[in-house]
Design a protein around this ligand. Sequence first.
Ligand SMILES: [Zn+2]
Length: 125
Amino acid sequence: MSATSAEELTPQQESELRADLCRLRDALRQQIESSADAASPVDLDEPIGRVSRMDAIAQQRMVQANREAGRSRLQQVGAALSRMDDGEYGECLSCGEPIGLARLRVKPEAALCIGCQSLRETRAP
Ligand SMILES: [Zn+2]
């Protein structure tokens, strides 16, 4: 990547994106922590009736799915921060092209450029 590339991040932009990533990381951690109780296993001995028990299990599955999504995003955010420390942040992991500021502003943890990302998504089952 050449230093004159129009898409390359300036130190200023990079530090803004770092702040975004840190905020995102904190928010995700908080979200995961605050949902810890709701995700704990349903007590099957509790006399809440069959229907409400099924509700509770469905509810719990949803919370767990959200936590799972939160955890995997948290992982991506962490990976983005370490790429930043290594000076590799903002480059597509697949093709090496700049990901672009507009995309990073929306999704600062993005590891792929929009082209590689959509390629990956259309290939997914
Ligand atoms: Zn790419």
